[in-house]
Write a protein that binds this ligand. Sequence first.
Ligand code: PMP
Length: 407
Amino acid sequence: MLNWEKIFATRSSRMKASDIRELLKLLDRPDIISFAGGIPDPALFPDQEFKAAYADIFSSAAVNSALQYSVSEGYAPLREWIAGEMGKLGVPCGLDNVFIVSGSQQGLDYLGKLFLSPKDTALVTWPTYLGALQAFNAYEPNYDQLTPGGNRTPEAHRQTAAEAGGQVKFAYLSADFANPTGETVHRAEREKLIDLVDELDIALIEDAAYQSLRYDGEAIPPILALEIERKGNIDDTRTIYCGSFSKTLAPGLRVGFIVANAPVIRKLVLMKQAADLHSSTINQMAIAHVASRGFDAQVAKIKKAYSYRRDCMLAALEKYMPKGTSWTKPEGGMFIWVTLPKGMDGADLLAKAIATKKVAFVPGRAFHADGTGENTFRMSFSCANDKMIDEGIARLGALIAEEMPKA
Ligand code: PMP
């Protein structure tokens, strides 16, 4: 066997397949009730709308440009549509501020590449989106804990970064219905985050993948909007807003976007030129076609379905979870985060849940950059129906009660 490790770049050493992911891959079995995925329900895809969009493109002169190379910034009518939507969210911006990526995941990779030299520090919440850690890991960073509304001072972050041999470069978080917790960052905490990044003189990456999926409670302006309120215009801001059509329209088309100040966008465009030239032209055109004709109706449809499933899951947790467990009560998104009593282990529980109860979820440790979170797990309600939810949580509640440490 060749020893590839000797030849691979050092950055590849932090790219590891996780045991849990490997295990969860096997879960496509019909006898298992899985809350492990975090993907949209395919039954809610606007498939007929996409069929009409591609048919329109193919039956007009647009087909020539649809099949051709296109500009790295992205398809201008789609960027215009996004700029209009961002205006409604309190982010007035121009085309120079909007950049299309092949899924917001690609945006996270580019941002890691743009900001992180080896040993630099990225501030992330404990827990955070696993895909963000995977994207950033390739750039060999150190992580420090971001505590929105918490008591870590800029000085403390600076010191941690210096001890790791680099500088703090950005803070990354999901402010709305985060993956994995489902939690939302309140307005006052968003304001404090802007203070923090200003004091540290760093960027703030606002991952808005679930932002459109609010089921109740009052919408809070994006951090980027709050920063524009303070600073007057987008080109003086340091928040980089990452959006996606994956949760609202269809993830398979791989269309996401970044909205930010023009200097950062210009640099990102150069990265795209180097990486893949541009996102799929035809898919950007199809997304523009569908979004401009019926984005709000599509979002209303999925919100109705997911909010019902969230309510079912919250009701089932209330009914079946033993005392000593707690969970988040998300106002949107796809996830609920469960905390077990100290001493219990989410990964052990998963192994038992699959073997004895035929239920699956994702243990929480993988979402923690510091390797903690053993007594937590994530569940998604996006693809489950009410009967599955009730049955799955009943089984899980019974298992947890059996496994609870005796007082
Ligand atoms: N951010 C978060 C928080 C996510 O949950 C996801 C998808 N799982 C992404 C970004 C990436 O989404 P996409 O690349 O499909 O836009």
